[in-house]
Design a protein. Sequence first.
Length: 76
Amino acid sequence: MISVSNVTMRYGSKVLFEEVSTTFTPGRRYGLTGPNGAGKSTFMKILTGELDPQKGTVVRPRKLGVLRQDEFAFDA
């Protein structure tokens, strides 16, 4: 289970999201949608631990698998 509590992220004066709280239950599937620049990728990076939120906490399992979408990863 991944639990998000009061997570806030801003870039300069632009607020991407503020005080977000939610829980992701194992075995369920979730989708994240929104316009370009809304903070979807930033939120995913916070969920995986790649970025720390400016405010709030994220609790994630000890083992977390992440499939990165890097189209250039295997070019070499």
